[in-house]
Write a protein that binds this ligand. Structure first.
Ligand code: ARG
Length: 563
């Protein structure tokens, strides 16, 4: 129920003016009349009084138990029974689609995320991009948008010529199959060491890249082998996270689309020569020129991104084209979007760079190792192992059916939750202690709250207590009402998260929901309550669990029934 909108309409004011007082003793909602003073040419308390009188004259509204004038504020107290009936009635009717909407129907939103580089380590930034991007995609989907998940794999560039040269000299297929990324990295590093001594190697590398660009059979199949083996490794990580993609069209996919882009730039007279390179210049002095063709005639990363954006518009006709890539690449995207705009593509403004900060590891055990693939899989595996240690000692351990599966969901969930807990532009401080704190603001805490709720519902079921026709109107105590109001905010939360491209809006909501749920759970002894009130409370547990489950799903975290 959108009570803010209801009140705003009744008062004939903008919905943005309606506030939620910090303290519920001051009402469920309030209209501060200060902003209206100018328009009405009256003192705020007077405006509040007049609005209150007007409402009274219109006759009583059963939604309001009290409308109070307090200084320049008009405070609204809602009828608790009615709110409980409406909100829980809606949850019951909509089930797990509660909070979702179809406002995005018919609109395509592309979310590009993860985008690791072939033959290079999947570093921590790629993991954060994976967590943030996957969540943003789920959030948009919940609003009815038609979403497409794109993994813009880094699989093209002059470095592949060098890699092929290195492979031909020192590579062994068996070793690479065993540990692709590390082996490829090893020979790539060796190439650079050797090239210092023998500069002709660089020339050889360039030649192989030229052959690759020409589509030479042997060279292309070597490159394909590298791509395949790297993807296998990346997919292990994606499987563990429960993440999939709709498209793996990486940089190489756009190679044959670049000549047309370059021609278009030339035809439109946007390219300028600069030290032998072809660049696009911007009026804004803070944006350095975007290089399109290097002085040696090859195209670069930015050129491929321009071709990719144009292709995506033609192929998908997107409503929004979102790039989840670390903040250090902010300038790159400004240049790319700026070039698209200069090309006359009005849809350049529908392209959005969603950046994120660095991850810091204060735990010594982690900072000594480097951000390679092993390391990241280690983080996930260690999170799962640590979780298993914790729950093995818990009193409920005996009843858990599959402790490995439960540990996996909690461990992986804890990592995702830690990545998505704070505003994405802020650095992420990653510590085992916070991440696995079952009582703090963590994934396990949220999952535990859910499992706790589900356990009591199972108990009720075993005692043949049915809450199917519960009377929600009985739920008017402080803790019950506070929880119901949090549940009611869920739809607004999804919308705000989408608008800001911020999964943390959902993560913070999950913490708030879990905290209110636990307060209610601890203060209202549900199994000792009797009769109709017990049934109503069970129905509230059910609603809170359903909301927790779908909210956790929006950040990619699975719930567990027992832990
Ligand atoms: N592969 C790049 C990297 O690891 C990220 C790609 C970002 N996406 C893009 N369309 N440029 O830095």
């Amino acid at each position: 129920m959108n009570y803010k909108a209801y009140i705003a309409k009744k008062l004939n004011v903008s919905v943005d003016l309606i506030e939620t007082p910090p303290n519920p003793d001051m009402g469920d909602f309030a209209l501060p009349c200060f902003k209206l003073a100018k328009e009405f040419r009256k003192a705020p308390p007077m405006i509040a009084q007049e609005l209150a009188d007007k409402l009274q004259n219109e006759g009583s509204d059963p939604l309001f138990s009290e409308v109070q004038v307090a200084g320049g504020y008009l405070n609204f107290f809602l009828d608790k029974s009615r709110v409980a009936e409406e909100v829980l009635g809606e949850v019951k009717a909509k089930g797990e689609s509660f909070g979702t909407s179809d406002e995005g129907a018919g609109k395509k939103v592309l979310v590009e995320f993860s985008s690791p580089n072939i033959a290079k380590p999947f570093h921590i930034g790629h993991l954060v991009s994976t967590a943030v991007g996957s969540s943003i995609e789920r959030i948009y989907k919940a609003l009815g948008y038609d979403t497409v998940k794109i993994n813009h794999i880094g699989d093209w560039g002059t470095q592949f010529g060098k890699l092929i040269s290195a492979y031909k000299r020192w590579g062994k297929p068996e070793d690479i199959k065993k540990d692709p990324i590390n082996e490829l990295l090893k020979i790539y590093v060796k190439f650079h060491e050797e090239a210092e001594k023998d500069p002709s190697l660089e020339e050889e590398g360039r030649e192989y890249f030229r052959l690759l660009e020409e589509g030479d059979d042997e060279i292309t199949s070597l490159w394909q082998f590298f791509v395949q083996e790297s993807l296998k490794e990346f997919n292990r990580m994606y499987n563990m996270l429960g993440i999939s993609f709709d498209s793996y069209a990486g940089e190489s996919f756009y190679t044959d689309k670049m000549p047309a882009i370059v021609k278009d730039l030339q035809d439109k007279n946007i390219l300028e020569e600069s030290d032998g390179a072809q660049v696009v210049r911007f009026e804004d002095e803070n944006i350095p020129p975007c290089i399109i063709i290097k002085s040696n005639g090859t195209t670069i990363y930015a050129t491929r991104d321009i071709a990719a954006a144009v292709y995506r518009k033609e192929h998908y006709d997107f409503h929004k084209n979102i790039y989840v890539v670390g903040t250090p690449q902010a300038l790159h995207f400004k240049q790319v979007f700026g070039t698209l705009e200069k090309m006359g593509h009005s849809w350049a403004s529908d392209c959005v760079h969603v950046g994120f900060g660095y991850v810091r590891f204060p735990d010594k055990s982690m900072s000594t190792r480097h951000g390679d693939v092993i390391f990241l899989e280690d983080v996930l595996n260690e999170a799962v192992a640590k979780t298993k240690d914790i729950i093995k000692d818990s009193p409920t351990c005996k009843i858990i059916d599959d402790i490995d599966e439960v540990s996996r969901k909690i461990g992986v969930g804890a990592v995702l939750f830690a990545f998505l807990k704070n505003g994405r532009e802020r650095d992420i401080i990653f510590t085992w202690k916070d991440m696995l704190d079952f009582e703090g603001e963590s994934g396990p805490y949220a999952q535990y709250s859910y499992a706790r709720g589900r356990s009591i519902l199972r108990k009720a079921d075993a005692s043949d207590i049915s809450y199917e026709n519960a009377d929600f109107g009985l739920l008017t105590s402080k803790d019950e009402y506070a929880l119901i109001k949090v549940i009611n905010r869920y739809g607004d939360v999804i919308r705000e998260a989408a608008e800001k491209y911020e999964p943390c809006v959902v993560t913070r909501y999950i913490i708030e929901l879990a905290q209110h749920f636990n307060k209610f759970y601890n203060n209202c002894n549900i199994m000792k309550t009797e009769g109709e009130l017990q049934k109503a409370r069970l129905a509230l547990v059910d609603a809170a669990c359903s909301c927790l489950k779908t909210a956790l799903n929006l950040i990619g975290v699975d719930v567990v029934e027992q832990m």
